[in-house]
Every structure is written in C-alpha cells, then in structure tokens.
Unconditional design. Sequence first.
Length: 385
Amino acid sequence: MHRFSTPWGDLDLTRYPAEPREQLRAWDAADDYLLRHLAETAPAAGGTTVVLGDRWGALTTALADRHPVQISDSFLGQQATRANLRRIGAEDAARLLSPRDTPPERVDLLVVRVPRSLGLLEDQLHALAPAVHQDTVVVGAGMVTEIHTSTLALFERILGPTTTSLAVRKARLIHCTPDPDLPRSSGPWPLRYALPDDVGPLSGRTVTNHAGIFCADRLDLGTRLLLAHLPRRQGPDRVIDLGCGNGVVGTAAAVANPASDVLFTDESYQAVASAEATFRENADPATAAEFLVADAATGVPAGSADLVLNNPPFHSHRATSDSGARRMFATARAALRPGGELWVVGNRHLGYHVRLRRLFGNCDVVASDPKFVVLRAVRQPPRAH
C-alpha cells in the first residue's frame, strides 16, 4: 500500500491483487497531474462524471464525491477500485462498468486515462461520443511515452478539436472541445482475420478480436508456436484456456477434441467476449464451454482440470513484471488434478522453466524456436506418508 496525496486528501491505495514483494504503485505522475488540474478547473458536481481507463482506481477514488461512472476493461483494475473505495468508506460511491456494458446516455465530465491500446481508446471514444455534448468537459492524461500524434488525432476525429499541455514530470494532459456536428460511427471493431494454413486444428479459420486484445490484427508468434504443438488428446477433458485473449488456443483444443469441456478465462472483458465469438464460430455446437472474466484461475474448483493452456502476459499496463505469470502458474497448479498438465508458451529469456520446476517439481521443453519456448509441467500426485 502506498499513500497518494491528492487535492481531496491523502489516499492509501493498492493494486490488485496486492503483492507485498512488488513496489509498483496504484498511480503515476499522469494521474497526479490530471487530478491537480481537475481540482482547479472541473465543473461543479451534479452532472455525470465518467472516468475512462482508470488503471487501479486512483482517479475514481479521488473523485468519489462526484459519484463517477468508471469504465474499465480490466477485472483486476475494477477489483482494485472496489478495495480502494472501501478503504475510504465509499464502496458504493462509483458505478463500475466494462466496455461490454451500455455507457451513460449523457456525460458532463469525461476523464480519460489514456490506455495502452490505441484501439481500445478508439472503440471507447466511439461508444461515448453520442453522450458527449457541446458543454462536456473532456480532459485526458498519460505519460509522454503514451501520448502520440495518433492519440490526439483520435480525440480530434471522434470528439472534436484537441490540444495537449506541456509535460510535467514526464506526463501530459489532453484537452478536447466537443463538436456535436461531427459525424458519428461505431468504429471498426471488432476485427476479424483468417489464421494461416499451418497452425493445426484452426488452420484457415477466422478469429474475432474486440478492441484492446493483444495482437488483434494478426496471430502472434508465440501463440503460433503453441498451436503447432498442442497436445493431442481425446475424451472428456476439462481444459482451461488461461489468459485466453481471443480464444484461439482454447478453440483449437475444442476443435481437435470435441468431447472436451473448455473454460476460457481472462481478466479482460474484451478478451472474453472475443474468445466467445471465436469459439461460437469455429467449434462444434455440442462442445461445452464457459467464459469467465476473473483473476487468473481463481475460483476454478481445485483439482478439476485436466489441461491448462497458457500464454502469460509479461507486463501490467506500463510495468514489466512476472507477477501475472506467477499468479497464473500457481492458480493453474491448484486447478489441475494429479496428472493434469500445464502447457505454457513464452519468450525464452523469461526463464519460465525455472519457476515451473520450482512449483511443479518438473518441466519439459516441448518445442522451441530462437525466440519462444513451449513448456509442459505435470501436477504430481501427493506423496504417500
């Protein structure tokens, strides 16, 4: 937990899940710059305040007196927001929505924390544009490395004339003046593309990608390697596509073994929606599937899975960290029955084999290329006493 001094008082904030060994804060200089600007210029409370892309709830918690609507694609970010609001006794002060929910019909103050994904920003601005009016105050923030000419062009094209501030502590503000006469559209999302002809069960099939998904316009090389070396299994397997993204890996397992029962899970609402669309288009309708927005494999009954497939992320917003992978591996082990297998693809330099051997007591290299490696770890039965 770290203390964040804001114009509305000091806040003790945490990320979610809280990692005592991690020193990453729940806010950065862009959040601080934005809040100090709002303290001086924001319209009086009373209208509808929307906070878009708040990463760990710092903005929503500081603005709790305005009863904001937070729109976030991150389940972990939403959980952090709930915990931080609870800490100040304001758990019910904000309404937490995902991009899959219907946005407010009117927005009077739009606060935007620029997301990592330009596509997600585009999609969300399109969704909110009908609710923005000529008197809406629109202000965004991001670190200098996150705000590009293309970022400003999106605000300008979708909402209205846009400028940016000078940098303060490597952060900038975005100021946008809404133009109600701009044409409205739903934007280009979701995107769909056909897979290559050499990636196993889904060769040549089409996948669906909602905005914000990793590699939304192409198949990434790590997933391609995993698809080419999926385990060949038959019968009523319980399979988990952990960190499912657009669901291509879990769908491939379902197509290869229609008797399987696949759980697609991710902390991104957009990812789980993409996975469901990909599965529905390609899998046998008789194949059972569940779609869950969650923190890794938490909530999955212990010892219930036969196979977990995983391409873990190695970043959390702007921070490079293996905490997400560590949590995925640990919760996957808990979900696997004795003899169940975890298959992981990752960059070679990340050294996942070391952690898997420590956690499972074993780890085999299934396949590798100069950049990626596919690893297999097996849940061992408990030792007899």
